[in-house]
Ligand binder design. Sequence first.
Ligand SMILES: C[S@@+](CC[C@H](N)C(=O)[O-])C[C@H]1O[C@@H](n2cnc3c(N)ncnc32)[C@H](O)[C@@H]1O
Length: 392
Amino acid sequence: MTPSARVQAAIELLDEVIEAARREGAPADRLIAKYFKQRRYAGSKDRRAVRELVYSAIRHCGEVPESGRAAMLGLAQTDAALSVLFDGEGHGPKPIHEGEPRAASGIAPDWLVSKLAESGVVGDAAHSLLGRAPLDIRVNALKADREGLELPERGEPLAAPQALRFPAGTAVEQWPEYREGKIEVQDHGSQLACLAAGAMPGETVIDLCAGAGGKTLSLAASMRNEGKLLASDTDRGRLSKLAPRAERAGAGIIETLLMNPHAELEALSDHRGSADLVLVDAPCSGTGTWRRKPEAKWRLTPDLLQKYTDLQDQLLDIASQLTKPGSRIAFITCSLLDAEGSDRIDAFLKRNPAWQAEQPELPLGTPRGQGIRLDPFHHGTDGFFVAILRSA
Ligand SMILES: C[S@@+](CC[C@H](N)C(=O)[O-])C[C@H]1O[C@@H](n2cnc3c(N)ncnc32)[C@H](O)[C@@H]1O
């Protein structure tokens, strides 16, 4: 593909990304994969270049752009080399006309920028939400140890005990140690959130929103495979990915439970009052993971945010029914909005005066309300809010 044809391909893909954001369609990485599946003539360099253009344009535009071309023209305003590729040659984009709409630059839609600012995320901290994430792994303590494990490349040791950092794009999934279950891909912030939960060998732990088990596997390692670890979720597709991962990781204590939405407590009836720890890694806006999915900023609406916060309250209430007296809930969201962090804890404590928040003990993090926050700017992690609640 010529450089101009790559720009045109990025414009077409951005049209799809914008449409998907408006209609709750597929995420950008899936749209890009599908686009190139249908265009086998594009080589790996073309794919990389087009992908880079698409993500740069998404990162650049604040509001949802009116079209892919407007998004790319917005980006071209900051990059003269890009604007000359609008040459109308071959498969390239048509030349630029004066007065054509160009998407304005910004971090996110205005309403969301205000919400972030109200939550103390401004300036460089807000900009860094759209930076590029490195690749972090967790050495699986059930099979190896960070100090003794030889890997094909040297990683940077991080604050979490088994965390190593590599440059973005490092093909760790091709390494034998990955296939052997000695390492897992897991953001450092996610590892720290699990550390704050403090799962211990022999405990009964419920990972209420386990998804594909990123945190469940980390909990199993902290528990040294001793005790009970129940991984529940309402999404069959996600939960079904957990069993093979657990097998690879040698995490034999994990049981899975698929629940129907709105009937979670019925599904969990045998587990009421049984848990030493319930991890609530709640569904959220994902503002802390925009480095990986920058188009998420275009998908969120005030209504959707309200739905997330309502669900977070419900899940905390469910968790409170599953714990033994004196035990704890770890509440985690990958969001930097107070509405999905400290406000939820304040609301829970108001509804449940017998519970108390404990400040999580972590080597990194900034106190926020009755919890702790991790973010890309200050801690080099994805954005997370973590709080620990203990019952009387
Ligand atoms: C942030 S993700 C969890 C990620 C996962 N813990 C990990 O570390 O990979 C939130 C999960 O909550 C699940 N979920 C949504 N509604 C739920 C509900 N009512 N009860 C339990 N889980 C729910 C979603 O399917 C999703 O997998």
